[in-house]
Design a protein around this ligand. Structure first.
Ligand code: SF4
Length: 332
């Protein structure tokens, strides 16, 4: 006879129904998120099973910061905001040739999705800079018609969204970042989350797949993370990238305390249980914040990651990440 203390927590036992397609509401996940200690590992194990059942394939991508800094928004975590004094590089949009060169490098390394990222509020009309970007996308597809070109260019008007769809952007990244109700408090006072949500809707209307997630470790609560997960569910996004804050000197969050690895793992596991079949990517913070526990996150429900460079910080090299990915397949 096994003592009750040794059994899996009843809430987790209930959550196993997700494997049979059951959905739970926000309140259930808020309760589940209170679990601590060794129960987190049971939650991780369930998240891994859910991933293996509904989202087995691993997605890896590389991004290029094609325009850096000089942004008029004041996102509290961001090294590229002109409101903060940081050492982040600043440069205008890279040339088409430079963007194509980076895409070639990415595909040669075995990664099949390449994302063009630009700093700034976004593009509300089709100007010369936006044209440069769509021409760069065309030149990549001309050489690599079977690969993916993604973009993250900030807010878009309907016209710009339609144009990107015409140029076959595989996924468009625009993060809602946090609990939408606290966007102005936790992220930025210079713009609202509504504009981001509007951009997602425009793109979806034209059939572009959406990559949207956020950042954790910026002073939000676990409930805020769950609110964000449900907001993403309502928007029916395709890929969810989760970043863990890397505090940058000169930003308002430079002294923000790290959240424990166990809490990060719990957050990923809960995201997998809320989004059984979506691609959940571990974005920035994987190497710096998880250290010895990087693999744990991939077993806690993540089925994708960004390899190589992030926007203003270096990640692990692509070759090591590919080996890492092969090892992970043994847990499927
Ligand atoms: S996150 Fe984007 S919009 Fe916000 S400050 Fe950084 S570059 Fe600007």
């Amino acid at each position: 006879m096994i003592q009750d203390d040794f059994m899996i927590d009843p809430l987790i036992q209930k959550a196993y129904k997700i494997l049979n397609g059951k959905d739970f509401d926000k309140d259930f996940f808020k309760e589940l998120s209170k679990l601590k200690g060794e129960d987190i590992l049971d939650l991780v194990s369930l998240a891994n099973r859910v991933k293996n059942r509904f989202a087995k394939e691993t997605h890896v991508c590389t991004i290029m910061n094609a325009k850096s800094g000089i942004c008029k928004e004041d996102c509290r975590f961001c090294a590229q905001s002109s409101h903060h004094k940081t050492d982040a590089e600043t440069y205008r949009l890279c040339s088409k040739e430079e963007i194509l060169g980076k895409a070639k490098e990415t595909y040669k390394s075995g990664v099949s999705s390449f994302g063009i990222v630009t700093s700034g509020t976004g593009y509300m009309k089709i100007n010369d800079e936006f044209r440069e970007i769509t021409e760069a996308i065309d030149s990549i597809y001309k050489l690599y018609p079977d690969k993916n070109v993604c973009a993250s260019l900030g807010n878009l008007s309907e016209e710009n969204a339609k144009e990107l769809a015409k140029h076959k952007v595989a996924h468009y990244n625009i993060n809602i970042q946090t609990n939408p109700k606290k966007y102005n408090q936790l992220i930025s006072t210079t713009h609202d989350v509504d504009q981001r949500i509007e951009t997602i809707k425009h793109l979806k209307n034209y059939g572009v797949k959406i990559c949207s997630g956020g950042i954790i470790g910026i002073g939000e609560t676990m409930d805020d993370r769950i609110e964000m997960a449900f907001a993403l569910k309502e928007l029916d996004v395709d890929v969810i990238p989760l970043n863990v804050l890397i505090p940058v000197e000169g930003t308002p969050l430079e002294n923000q305390k790290d959240i424990p690895v166990a809490e990060i793992a719990k957050t990923f596991a809960i995201y997998r249980l809320i989004h059984p079949s979506k691609t959940i990517k571990f974005a920035a913070g994987r190497e710096t914040k998880m250290k010895d526990f990087q693999g744990l996150l991939m077993l806690a429900g993540a089925n994708g990651f960004i390899t190589g460079w992030y926007l203003t910080t270096r990640g692990r090299n692509v070759k090591d990440d590919m080996l890492f990915n092969n090892e992970l397949s043994l847990f499927r």
